[in-house]
Design a protein around this ligand. Structure first.
Ligand SMILES: Cc1cc2nc3c(=O)[nH]c(=O)nc-3n(C[C@H](O)[C@H](O)[C@H](O)COP(=O)(O)OP(=O)(O)OC[C@H]3O[C@@H](n4cnc5c(N)ncnc54)[C@H](O)[C@@H]3O)c2cc1C
Length: 566
């Protein structure tokens, strides 16, 4: 075993307030380092692999799980490289229901430990990512004949309060009249009452980005559009081979490839490891479904609940839960999915606008659920556990699968404990629960009166002050990208220079959720945004057209809708 090394570099970097820039120059420089050739020449076949590892830890996958692992490891002083086949959060981590929650429905499945852990993590995320994880009161109505009658909801939420150690707003029971007063859109017929309880909403892709940015602040590097083709052993080290032939040597490897975690990456250990389950969400204008708070809807037959969530000028609804067997990158929303959601939700929130022609955007994601030993192929994915699993392959690669967005920090702690034990690293213990993802004083109520800070703070936290200062220097940057949505041009420039954007879809789909809030509005500004991005990369007008084509293809694939040309 190699002698344990101390890495004080990360401790020095922790002092940095902002993550280092992450634009075209930095991306190219890292590509060159990874290719092992300052001239950016791909390594020729047969070249000897270097025998001194450049990295303590290579993380495969820049979803929320990989981001959490990278941050934790970098904070413990490891030199970390994250590689992703596509953009960060390209997979499930930008396609969730965007909730940080204990998971009320898991109580029904007896998963008390999972709910306890998730509620603890929710509490920690309020502390370390307060601008991104916002508590909201959910309304859960019960109707005559529902699988979960009101008394069961009250019992379950009494337990939920206890599992949260009574540190959040306790649940309340409402009469049918009080429930309708609180949410006038609720169907009145058969309503037996409702409960309100606290959970939280987030922006999943930005939580992933912000976690990675904090990892970068602690010295980690992140390379996107670098698919891993093979993992091999090279003496005492691990050799990660990228699809372009580059070889990277690390002392440890963690695979966090979400639904892509398979035999191809892990060998026999990956065989039949996961069951994939597809879930879709649909976005409407809030005027078409003007709910006042998130509403929970029971599915009639399965042990499943759905969420209807207000999202600024939009409302989104989801999700479905069905076995999926295709490429996780190609999951798509179909009209049958939309009809299913409209039928289930229309029972509780009847609206003439629950119609296909009112959909303004949609997304589709694939859950990587750990396959239960008892799970036959026919078993409903709704009943599969959302807990995580860490396994070690024969060659010593660690893989982390399953889990939830909510529990990513705890999952990462678990994985990095195993990494440091495996490589004999002596450094500080996990401290990810103590330090905010974005350093600095939270934006206060007085500052929120400033229109730019009010728009920027929910996505950027204390860093919003820096962006507002740029707007003060150049007021053009304070313009909204599109009317009625709070995204500003300063965020476009910042994303290009500092948030690792390679393609237009990275920016419009994951740095800013414009494509999700309204696909057609994304199209309206796509050309202008593409021009800025391509200009920064030193491309030509042909590259702008290619980016626009790519963006339309990706959005058409995911939303199942034909977008106007941009
Ligand atoms: C519909 C739906 C709703 C959900 N709602 C919630 C919710 O509200 N709250 C909650 O807590 N959880 C929710 N979840 C679960 C949560 O979203 C996932 O558990 C989590 O996002 C998984 O993250 P991940 O990083 O493991 O996987 P991913 O986000 O999929 O990341 C895996 C990454 O690995 C990369 N990759 C794959 N193959 C390779 C390769 N060969 N080389 C390099 N990189 C590779 C991919 O490009 C991808 O970026 C939901 C999931 C779904 C599908």
């Amino acid at each position: 075993m190699p002698a344990p090394r101390r890495n004080n570099r990360a401790n020095a970097l922790v002092q940095q307030a902002a993550p280092p820039p992450w634009g075209p120059a930095e991306i190219r420089a890292l590509q060159a380092v990874v290719n092992g050739d300052p001239g950016e020449r791909p390594r020729a076949a047969g070249d000897e692999a270097p025998d001194t590892p450049s990295w303590d830890l290579i993380v495969v996958g820049a979803g929320i799980t990989g981001a959490g692992v990278a941050r934790d490891a970098a904070m413990r002083g490891l030199k970390v490289l994250v590689v992703d086949a596509r953009d960060l959060a390209f997979g499930t981590s930008s396609r969730s229901s965007r909730l940080i929650h204990g998971g009320v429905r898991y109580l029904e499945q007896g998963e008390i430990g999972l709910v306890y852990e998730a509620l603890r993590e929710r509490r920690l995320l309020y502390k370390i990512a307060g601008h991104l994880v916002q508590p909201v009161q959910f309304l859960f109505p019960a109707y005559r004949g529902d699988r979960l009658p009101l008394w069961k909801l009250r019992l379950g939420l009494t337990l939920y309060d206890a599992l949260s150690l009574y540190r959040s707003n306790r649940h309340r029971t409402l009469s049918p009249a009080a429930a309708c007063q609180r949410e006038p859109l609720l169907a009145e017929a058969g309503l037996r009452g409702a409960v309100t309880y606290e959970d939280a909403v987030t922006d999943d892709a930005r939580l992933t980005l912000t976690t990675l940015q904090d990892a970068r602040r602690h010295g980690a590097e992140v390379l996107t559009y670098a698919p891993v083709a093979a993992l091999r052993r090279s003496g005492p080290h691990h050799l990660v081979e990228l699809a372009d032939g580059s070889q990277i040597l690390g002392r440890a490897v963690v695979v966090a490839a979400g639904p892509w975690t398979s035999e191809r990456l892990l060998g026999v250990a990956g065989h039949d490891l996961l069951t994939l389950s597809r879930g879709i969400h649909i976005v409407l204008r809030s005027a078409d479904l003007p709910i006042r708070q998130p509403v929970v809807v029971q599915a009639a037959r399965e042990k499943r609940i759905l969420f209807v969530v207000p999202w600024g000028a939009r409302t989104y609804l989801g999700t479905t839960d069905s076995v999926y067997e295709g490429d996780p990158g190609n999951s798509s929303v179909t009209m049958a999915d939309a009809d299913e959601l409209f039928a289930l939700i229309g029972r509780v929130l009847p609206s003439q606008h629950l119609r296909a022609d009112r959909i303004v955007s949609a997304w589709s994601g694939v859950r990587p659920l750990v396959r239960a030993a008892s799970a036959g192929r026919g078993r409903s994915t709704v009943e599969l556990s959302r807990s995580h699993r860490i396994l070690t392959t024969e060659s010593g690669v660690l893989a982390i699968v399953g889990g939830k967005l909510t529990t990513y920090r705890a999952m990462a702690e678990d994985a990095v404990d195993k990494v440091v034990a495996a490589i004999g690293h002596r450094g500080p213990r996990c401290s990810t629960h103590r330090h905010p993802l974005v350093p600095g004083e939270p934006i206060n109520q007085l500052e929120l009166r400033h229109p730019h800070l009010a728009a920027l703070a929910p996505r950027h936290g204390p860093f919003a002050r820096e962006l507002a200062a740029r707007i003060a220097r150049d007021p053009e940057l304070g313009r909204q990208l599109v009317p009625d949505l709070p995204y500003l041009w300063v965020e476009v420039d910042h994303a290009i220079a500092c948030e690792g954007c390679v393609h237009l879809e990275d920016l419009l789909r994951r740095r800013l959720p414009l494509a999700l809030t309204e696909a057609e509005l994304g199209v309206q500004v796509a050309r202008q945004v593409a021009e800025r991005l391509v200009d920064a990369w030193g491309g030509t007008s042909r590259d702008v057209d290619l980016e626009l084509e790519r963006y339309r293809d990706v959005m058409r694939q995911e939303t199942g809708r034909i977008l106007a040309p941009c």
